[in-house]
Design a protein around this ligand. Structure first.
Ligand SMILES: [Fe+2]
Ligand SMILES: [Fe+2]
Length: 183
């Protein structure tokens, strides 16, 4: 049987590649180096489509409600905290996008803003991924029965289809490219 939590874990590995380069970019900026606009735009696009729309979408729209149906509370630990992380992630990516544009225009406050949004992303995601991989997903596999897990997997496939396999494939390759370039 295809596992919905394994699908999400595999996506975590791809997201971790992109998140993993953010400290390297911070270091480069702090050493006075320049980061090309294309790189920053690629990270923003990856975080918006792959990490947020596709991955967080599967979690917030399908997994968390399915867990709620099984009696897991939507507020507090663990789901409320995970949703709050997604909200913070969205805000950091919005800042990254805004500061990347300001950085391209050589605006003086852009440098500090760019560093703080990259640092925020680097600080947020590893812990978030850990909480899901080691707490939420094992719990999911315990509270949901095989048919329910299978239904969730099929719903996840529909999300991939709605975004487009080509787009997801391109962004997965982009994550590998970024890691090779900066990792
Ligand atoms: Fe999440
Ligand atoms: Fe996740």
């Amino acid at each position: 049987m295809k596992s919905p939590t394994e699908m999400l874990e595999a996506e975590h590995r791809v997201i971790a590649r992109v998140v993993g380069i953010t400290p390297v970019l911070v270091e480069r900026l702090e050493e006075g180096g320049v980061i090309e606009q294309d790189i920053l735009k690629s990270i923003v696009e990856f975080m918006r489509i792959y990490a947020d729309k596709c991955h967080h979408g599967k979690e917030e729209d399908l997994l968390y409600p399915a867990l709620s149906d099984k009696g897991v509370p939507m507020q507090g630990c663990p789901i409320g905290a995970l949703v709050a992380d997604h909200v913070s992630g969205r805000s950091l990516v919005r800042h990254l996008s805004d500061f990347a544009e300001a950085y391209a225009r050589n605006e003086p406050e852009a440098y500090i803003g760019l560093i703080s949004s990259l640092r925020g992303i680097a600080a947020l995601y590893p812990g978030h991924i850990w909480k899901e991989d080691y707490l939420l997903f094992p719990m999911t596999n315990k509270v949901m029965n095989p048919e329910e897990l299978d239904t969730l997997y099929r719903q996840f496939e529909q999300v991939d289809l709605s975004i487009g396999h080509d787009t997801l494939e391109r962004l997965t390759l982009l994550a590998g490219d970024l890691e090779r370039q900066f990792g």
